[in-house]
Design a protein around this ligand. Structure first.
Ligand SMILES: O=C[C@H](O)[C@H](O)COP(=O)(O)O
Ligand SMILES: C=C(OP(=O)(O)O)C(=O)O
Length: 449
């Protein structure tokens, strides 16, 4: 076995001379330096070879031969690193993957927003409640959610907690995905707690029976491939906190290239994708597959310049553009981007994030999203690609395996007045399990169409 990505390199720190948006202001610079030194000595969370494998899979997405399903929490939380929470999330993604693979008849690349999604970019740096103003919550890797002065002070020790929480999560995810739980013959078991109570659970059960029949038929014909017993699953998060990401960036002993070994894939967010900024510089140095969120202000020149910086060798699978325009804008703004990028000869994977352009505040004060808007943005995304003859490469969604009430609509019909019942997100509203499955069925229909 190759010993991958285990030495540190100065190239991981070139971002330090550039403006870095959305970074915490730590009160104690020395404490931060000590934490960085500790993180630099920690073992990698993923191997460079696994990142290459994901890049190859995403290359198939870019070529139109596979579909990316990327999803998970808006913000993971340290107190939610439990077997139940991790299994529920994974179960939802496996069910969505089964629906998309079977109903759309396409290989599905499964990537979690998991094992590292602890940091949040925010629109405002402060939050005011009842006349008290405090620094905003920026994710468990930075400060505490509790609305107290002490909790909201950024604490670099949290970066180490993030590493350990990511490591425990990834350990369990690896056990679930390779230790029998993700065996396709378990396709019914993933639904057991769900089928009776929900229309999407019942629809899934019917599909699971068809999958079962197909597996039995194949077995009777003498085919029982090992690929059905485990599932390839990758971890991703936003590379927001550059002190953390660069401390976990190592030189791969096979190739001499740098890899960010905090996750298989990392992405740059809409608020940090400045061409002359630190995040793009950092991402340009690593060899992982990289995503960039593109919001409605993105100009074709920006997209082309990002390709030049992040994918100069035009390697399919290296760069994924995650469009998050909003249902009302995707049909107007996406075509020119896709057209010009395609005309430039670049082969990026195009993925739709139908969440971040569709957030609004309900009268109750809850941040929410309408399932119909989410669906409409995905529809618009598919329409644009169909009209241009390009490939709608996947979806990127915020979801949970729990029965939360954070987004309105879906087959189980959550109303605005229900939001307070189980509103548990630390930041943005997520689709619950039933809404996630509904979405998978509808996306499979669109893909097939
Ligand atoms: O998840 C994404 C962002 O962190 C989030 O949308 C920002 O939310 P805010 O506008 O409440 O800061
Ligand atoms: C912050 C996020 O999205 P965006 O950068 O698109 O706003 C996110 O996906 O968590």
């Amino acid at each position: 076995m190759t010993v991958n990505a285990d030495t540190h390199d100065a190239g991981a720190n070139t971002w330090r001379s550039l403006p870095a948006a959305q970074q915490p202001e730590y009160p104690d610079a020395e404490a931060l330096r000590d934490v960085i030194a500790d993180l630099e000595s920690y073992p990698p969370l993923v191997f460079a070879g696994e990142c290459d494998q994901l890049r190859d899979r995403l290359g198939a997405v870019a070529r139109g031969e596979a579909f990316l399903l990327q999803g998970g929490d808006c913000a993971e939380a340290f107190d939610q690193v439990s077997a139940d929470q991790i299994r529920n999330k994974l179960k939802t993604l496996l069910q969505m993957g089964a629906v998309l693979t079977y109903a759309a008849a396409v290989p599905v690349v499964k990537v979690g927003r998991i094992a590292g999604q602890y940091s949040k970019p925010r629109s405002k740096s402060t939050e005011t409640r009842n006349g008290v103003t405090l620094p905003t919550y920026r994710g468990d890797s930075v400060n505490g959610f509790e609305f107290t002065e002490a909790a909201r002070i950024p604490d670099p020790e949290r970066l180490k907690q993030m590493y350990h929480a990511s490591s425990s999560t990834l350990n369990l995810v690896r056990a679930f995905t390779t230790g029998g739980y993700a065996d396709l013959r378990q396709v019914h078991a993933w639904n057991q707690d769900f089928v009776k109570s929900s229309p999407s659970g019942q629809r899934y059960e019917a599909l699971a029976r068809e999958i079962d029949n197909a597996l039995n038929f194949m077995k009777a014909c003498g085919a029982d491939p090992a690929e059905f017993r485990t599932v390839e699953f990758f971890a991703s998060h936003e590379a927001l906190l550059l002190d953390y990401e660069s401390a976990l960036t190592r030189t791969d002993s096979r190739t001499g290239k740098l890899y960010d070994v905090s996750g298989h894939m990392v992405w740059i967010g809409e608020r940090t994708r400045q061409l002359d900024g630190a995040h793009v510089e950092f991402a340009s140095r690593i060899s992982n597959p990289v995503g960039v969120k593109l919001g409605p202000t993105t100009k074709p020149e920006d997209a082309l310049a990002l390709i030049e910086r992040l994918d100069p060798e035009r390697t399919p699978g290296r760069l994924t553009f995650v469009a998050r325009f909003g249902a009302g804008k995707v049909r107007d703004l996406l075509p020119e981007l896709v057209e010009k990028v395609t005309a430039s000869g670049a082969r990026v994977a195009w993925v739709c994030d139908p969440m971040h352009g569709n957030t609004f505040e309900a009268a109750s004060g809850h941040k929410t999203r309408r399932f119909d808007d989410v669906l409409d943005e995905v529809k618009g995304f598919f329409e644009v690609h169909k009209a241009l003859g390009t490939h709608p490469g996947g979806i990127h969604v915020e979801l949970t395996g729990d029965d939360v009430t954070e987004c309105v609509g879906g087959g189980d019909e959550i109303f605005v007045d229900d939001l307070h019942q189980r509103y548990e997100t630390a930041c943005d509203p997520r689709l619950n399990r039933s809404q996630s499955l509904d979405l998978a069925f509808l996306v499979a229909e669109m893909y097939r169409g």
